[in-house]
Structure formats: structure tokens, C-alpha cells
Design a protein around this ligand. Structure first.
Ligand code: NAD
Length: 496
């Protein structure tokens, strides 16, 4: 059986003594094993990244960007292989995997602008014959720890920008679908990146803890669930590292009485069930304002859901695939049952989904639950499955209070035709990414991505302009070349 190993200093290494099964979630079978790096292997990767750093730091930004131009081409040329790798281990449908890759490539395109992004700031004559400038210097070795649900895109949020800013990188991808990250890292070598600048270690907590505590690692970017994000942030910070840790979500859509209900239902279908709801920006709660809007929404959703197709990744006629593991399938089903036992109404029930030919796959069908309330476990926690819950309220103010009171604040959206209501909503909602008639308001690569509250620990968001700040440190230089005419005597006070 194939083993997914590590990429250290340009060499593949499968020598770990611990191995973990990798599943195809559509068939439920083990297809590969992933090597779980011990501390020593992670330390070797860090040492190689540290050794590669001085030369890479001094490589001109234009030359670093040229590697990214070539890399973009290679990602596009290998798109079919990458989407097939995503499908085989994550299970998402080929068209959705292609979309994920495209959003990842957009981060490489942004990174190609490195010479412009790193230009710094200059002020002439801040004093007599004195000039001052700020430049953005790389940090050194930086690390990325990524989740299973975007095996290409989330790593691409991190390493292109980190590398183009002059850092060297150690990536620890999700051990549940490790092949994609390994393959896209290998393509960087083909693009001409020097050995040691990009390294991948597969593994679990042992590998992560080594990255969080090793003094040579200067910064950590993390994306995953909130309890782990909080642990990563506190541990990395306690070890003197810069850290951004993006966590889980519970994204609400407010459906106003004046919303175009057919359009709303179409938008909600993709946003709630696409990628089996395993997106941190999935809309998992619809808050219907008023009885009429609630009744219409539930009736039209239930009707539209009968046409949804769940199945295997390579069949492009499928709308979404399985969830990631058997345990996760059981967890999602458990949330549906708990909502029912706490008094909600399961209107469309996906608990017994069966896909012909894939009877052992980890499938959950699209599920719609009405009359969910805020005290229910299924409302409070992130389900991360193809489940849309409907909460009913009387006013927009009540809908906003619900969202603002939730511990997560990743994404949200309002469906309405009322510009004033939309403006009030975007102004006052306590959430980091807001959509107005846009269900998945994922910022484009030249903005930055991040939630509020317990959806993000740290100050800077992921990718875009914030990534330039995250992966560099500012140095401000003040310079004077005294000439005979401007020599000054000594001074013991600030000039006034
Ligand atoms: P996860 O937290 O289980 O794992 C993420 C990473 O952390 C993996 O690399 C994993 O190996 C590592 N990890 C897991 N347990 C650890 C531990 N005890 N100590 C140290 N490291 C550990 O997340 P997941 O299940 O892979 O991904 C799904 C979660 O990620 C969801 O909560 C989703 O909302 C979130 N997510 C958030 C964003 C965002 O931008 N906010 C984006 C994608 C996914």
C-alpha cells in the first residue's frame, strides 16, 4: 500500500515508524497510509528550513515571484490530477474540487505581486537632510497547520505568501487527506524553488507540538476547529511566536420577509449542502423573519431538496459527496437526532442516505430541520455536515441578536431587497465576513479572510494584504549623511 511521507529538503521520506490509514470516504475503504512524523523528523524539517533561509531571504523579491508565476502554470497544468486527489481522500465532487483549486491559485496570483507588495514606505526630509523608510523583512522559518476540508486551498492561503515574502516554510497538512498537499508542494520544486524552502511533514499532535515549541519557528498559521485553534494560539504565543489561528463557525443567513424567496432557496441549497456542509463558510442556520417567510422558506427548501444528488466525486452530476470519516458521519447523524429529541422538526431527513454501489461510504443526505431554538445542542455547536437548521424569529433585530450572541463569528449573510436593512445589518453585525444576497462571502485573494469572536485567535486575517503583514516584520530606518553645512552640535532633548 502507498505511503504518504514527508518532503524535507526536496527529498521524499517515508521512514516514520507510525502509520495511519487514509480512507476513500465514498467507498469507506483504506486506500493509503500516511506516515506520522515523530519529533525528530519535524526537527529535521525545521533545521532544513532554517538552513535554506539566509539565501532565500536575500533572493530578490522579483526572482521569488518568478517561481510563483511558474508555479501557477504548473498548478493549472496539473489541475485534473489535483482535483482527483482531493476527491479520492476528501470526497468532494470534481467541480467543487476544481473551484477549491481555483481559489487557491488566486492566492498564488496575488503572491506574484511580491515586488509591489514588499515595496515599503518612504519619507524624504523627515528632518533636515534626514530620510526615513520602513521595510518589511521576512521572519525566518514559519509553519502552517491545515484542516482536512480544503486540502489544496487552505495550504495555498499560507505558503505562497509566506515564501514570496522571503520566509522558509514547514507545512503540517491534515492527516486525513494528506496526498494533495504533498503533491502541490512537490510542484514547487519543479517550479524552481530551492530545496529546503518548502517542507511538508505529515503527522498529528506530536508534529504540531514540535512546531509550536521549537524556537527556530517564528510564526504559525493555523486553520481548523476552535478548540484546537485556541490551543495552538495560546501555546505558540507562550513560546514567543506570532500566531494566527482560524477556528470553527456557525454561519447564519437572515431571510427577510421581502427576500426573493426562489433566489434565496437556490443560494441556500449550495451554501448549506455544497461540499456536504464541510466548509467553514457553510450556511448552517437560516433565520426566518416572520411566520410567512419561515413557512415559505421551509416549503420551498423541502421541495428543492428532493432534486439533490449525493454520491461519488468523479460523477459531475452529483451535488455533494460523503463526509470525511465514519466517526464524523455518526456525529452528524447524532446532531440531527439530538435536535429532534429536543423538540425540533426534521422536515427532510438525510440520516439513512444510501448510495447505490457505495453502500459503505460515509454519506449523509441533505437534511432540513425546522423550529430549532438557541438552547439546542445542534444550534450551539458546529455540525459540519449537510444540515440546514431553521430558526424562526419575529423581527430583524431578534435575528441579529441571535447572531451576535453566538460564540462564532465567521460568516453571515442577509437576503433582502431593502438596502437600508442590509446596510444596518452589515454595519452592526458582530461577524468578520458579511454577505448581502451573497451566501458565501469568502473574500477574494486580494482582500483577507477571517472571522471574529471564537472563529479567529490573533490579530491578522489570512491571505491578501494581512498576509504580507503577518509574514513580515516592519523595520524603520532613519538616515542622515551629514555634510559640512548641516553638522549639528549635541542635543539632549527631542527637537521641538
Ligand atoms: P482539526 O482542528 O481537527 O484539525 C486541524 C489541524 O490540527 C490538523 O492538521 C490536525 O492534525 C491538527 N490537530 C488536530 N488535533 C490536534 C491536537 N490535539 N493538537 C495539535 N494539533 C491537532 O480540524 P479539521 O476537522 O481538520 O477541520 C475542520 C474544522 O476546521 C472545522 O471546525 C472548520 O470550521 C474549521 N475550518 C475553519 C476555517 C476558517 O477559515 N476559519 C477554514 C477551514 C476549516
Amino acid at each position: 500500500m502507498d505511503i504518504v511521507g514527508h518532503l524535507i529538503n526536496g527529498q521524499l521520506n517515508t521512514s516514520s515508524t507510525r502509520l495511519q490509514d487514509v480512507f476513500n470516504p465514498a467507498t469507506g475503504t483504506v486506500t493509503k497510509q500516511v506516515a506520522i512524523a515523530p519529533k525528530a523528523t519535524v526537527e529535521e524539517a525545521i533545521a532544513c528550513a532554517a538552513a535554506a533561509y539566509p539565501a532565500w531571504r536575500d533572493t530578490p523579491p522579483l526572482k521569488r515571484a518568478r517561481v510563483m508565476f511558474k508555479y501557477k502554470e504548473l498548478l493549472e497544468r496539473n489541475a485534473d490530477k489535483i482535483t482527483a486527489l482531493i476527491g479520492a481522500e476528501h470526497g468532494k465532487i470534481c467541480h467543487d474540487a476544481a473551484g477549491e483549486l481555483q481559489r487557491g491559485i488566486e492566492n498564488v496570483e496575488y503572491a506574484c505581486g511580491a515586488p509591489e507588495l514588499l515595496k515599503g514606505e518612504f519619507s524624504k526630509n523627515v528632518g533636515p537632510s534626514i530620510d526615513s523608510w520602513s521595510e518589511f523583512q521576512p521572519l525566518g522559518v514559519v509553519a502552517g497547520i491545515t484542516p482536512f476540508n480544503f486540502p489544496a486551498m487552505v495550504p495555498l492561503w499560507m505558503f505562497p505568501m509566506a515564501i514570496v515574502c522571503g520566509n522558509t516554510f514547514v507545512l503540517k497538512p491534515s492527516e486525513r487527506d494528506p496526498s494533495t498537499a504533498m503533491f502541490i508542494a512537490e510542484l514547487l520544486q519543479e517550479a524552481g524553488l530551492p530545496d529546503g524552502v518548502m517542507n511538508v511533514v505529515n503527522g498529528d499532535k506530536e508534529a504540531v507540538d514540535t512546531l509550536l515549541t521549537d524556537g527556530r519557528v517564528k510564526a504559525v498559521s493555523f486553520v481548523g476547529s476552535t478548540p484546537i485553534a485556541e490551543y495552538i494560539y495560546s501555546t505558540a504565543s507562550a513560546h514567543g511566536k506570532r500566531c494566527q489561528a482560524l477556528g470553527g463557525a456557525k454561519n447564519h443567513a437572515i431571510v427577510m420577509p421581502d427576500a426573493d424567496m426562489d433566489n434565496t432557496v437556490n443560494q441556500l441549497l449550495g451554501a448549506a449542502f455544497g461540499s456536504s456542509g464541510e466548509r467553514c463558510m457553510a450556511l448552517s442556520v437560516a433565520v426566518a423573519v416572520g411566520k410567512e417567510a419561515g413557512d415559505a422558506l421551509v416549503a420551498k427548501m423541502a421541495d428543492a431538496m428532493t432534486a439533490l444528488k449525493v454520491g461519488e466525486c468523479s460523477d459531475a452530476s452529483n451535488d455533494f459527496g460523503p463526509v470525511i470519516t465514519k466517526e464524523h458521519q455518526e456525529k452528524v447523524v447524532g446532531f440531527i437526532s439530538s435536535a429532534e429529541s429536543q423538540g425540533a422538526t426534521v422536515v427532510v431527513d438525510g440520516r439513512d442516505a444510501r448510495v447505490t454501489g457505495y453502500e459503505d461510504g460515509f454519506f449523509v443526505g441533505a437534511t432540513l430541520i425546522d423550529h430549532v431554538t438557541k438552547d439546542m445542542e445542534s444550534y450551539q455547536q458546529e455540525i459540519f455536515g449537510p444540515v440546514l437548521q431553521v430558526v424562526r424569529v419575529d423581527t430583524m433585530e431578534q435575528a441579529m441578536q441571535l447572531i451576535n450572541a453566538h460564540e462564532y463569528g465567521n460568516g453571515t449573510c442577509i437576503f433582502t431587497r431593502d438596502g437600508e436593512a442590509a446596510r444596518y445589518f452589515s454595519d452592526h453585525i458582530e461577524v468578520g465576513m458579511v454577505g448581502i444576497n451573497v451566501p458565501l462571502p469568502v473574500p477574494v485573494a486580494y482582500h483577507s479572510f477571517g472571522g471574529w469572536k471564537r472563529s479567529l485567535f490573533g490579530d491578522l486575517h489570512a491571505y491578501g494584504p494581512d498576509a504580507v503583514r503577518f509574514y513580515t516584520k516592519r523595520k524603520t530606518i532613519t538616515q542622515r549623511w551629514p555634510s559640512a553645512g548641516v553638522r549639528e552640535g549635541k542635543s539632549f532633548s527631542f527637537p521641538s
